[in-house]
Design a protein around this ligand. Sequence first.
Ligand code: NDP
Length: 496
Amino acid sequence: MTQTAPVTTQAREQLDSLDPRNGAVIATYPVHAAEEVAAVVAAARVAAQVWGALPHAERRAVLLAWRAALARGADELARVVSRETGKPLDDARLEVSLVIDHVQWAARNAERVLRRHSVSPGLMMANQRASVEHKPFGVVGVIGPWNYPAFTPMGSIVYALAAGNTVVFKPSELTPGVGRWLVDSLAPLAPVDVLQLVTGHGATGAALCTAGVDKVAFTGSTTTAKKVMAACADTLTPVVLECGGKDAMIVDADADLDAAADAAVWGGMSNSGQTCIGMERVYVVDAVHDRFVELVSARARALTPGATDDDDYGPMTMADQVDVVRGHLDSALAAGATAVVGGRESVRAPYVDPVVLLGVPEDCAAVTEETFGPVLVVNRVADVDEAVERANAGRYGLGASVFAKARGAEIAERLRVGMVAVNSVISFTAVAELPFGGVGDSGFGRIHGADGLREFTRTHAVVEQRFALPVKLMSFDRSPRVAGLLVGVLKVLRGR
Ligand code: NDP
């Protein structure tokens, strides 16, 4: 399939998608105005009547066919991702591979997780049959970011579709071509238009929130998430918010230091550090701090950012982020941090060379705010307790990583985050069955896994009377003796 610019005659404005490596225009897309977004949502509502009424098996067949199309087109999709983000092709291939695995899991497991199932009616309602089903909402609006423009929105799109919803997708203005490709790849396989695209800037995303969708799945910055939630408050439209992070790694004294250094550098600097669950802070216990710094520095110095697929990572995709990275570096260095790799001179837009900072005061923006660049803060701590305290101190709580032999699971248990990888980094994203999401300023709600399927459903509870009880509990005909009898029975059974 070739990437084609969509044609919408009513669109008044247009936006260009650019190659961030050289500023070349890749394609032009319409900027959809609020009325157009509302019309697309209305069409999606009609499609939802058909899609939502299909048996799970039929939806599964469509989604598995999509999985196969994605697998066959993986290289082509990866090229679109690579061109719009500037990331090397192999990184884009990894991203697309993760997408395919999630389509597979959601398609295969939706029926098992969501179908009506019996629950115990309990003692007082023993004459009832009780059951729960998770039914689709109808139309879900998905708003996505640019850093993993296929993987992050698909974490919502695929699970929402598998749960029986139709989806209207607003990709980042930086990556509309990826959105177009995804929508076009599903269209010939589905009985109706289950996935539709609206393109534009923030205003188009804002319009989607108030266009009559039944749920909004937002992935992006915490600042925008607050606007999305405020826009949805008026209609009590539920939201799932996947926001930024400031993920920490903890390295204990018995850790495999080479593996930890490899994970810290890859987790912090791949994709130019533009990863919501990227490593931004590393807390290393005193006994192994210096050795760890040597290993990290050697690995970081060897990295080459650049425009070719052989480079280790590409440019900053969003030009403005370069200023944020520069600001974090400046304030950390002014506050007494030491750069052992790179420094101020590493920022040479659109690229940022690897930077490793040591001894950054904990109140610096480089520790408290999302840097979203290839900058790793490595701070020395006395012990694991101090590491946990510092890791948990921030307002974000997305993911984390722990490198330790004896105490890995124990440390993981104590971290206030949505996901932790022990002796690896970022790996939880690749386990389709694990829920993905954060706490605090990292948002709430979950995508992926069974939680991610249920996130896109309304829970429907039914009790059905199997036989009438000789005594009536919920009736004005209730005998005055019944309530006393009930309490007497409960005292015997529950009072111990
Ligand atoms: P933004 O918050 O800038 O934008 C996210 C999306 O929201 C874009 O499609 C954007 O459109 C749209 N948008 C902008 N304004 C509004 C509005 N008022 N109402 C509705 N939608 C709006 O984030 P970025 O695209 O810059 O992505 C980077 C951020 O995403 C980082 O903070 C990163 O941590 C986070 N992220 C979180 C992930 C997670 O799963 N927790 C995963 C990946 C990234 P437009 O681009 O056209 O402005």
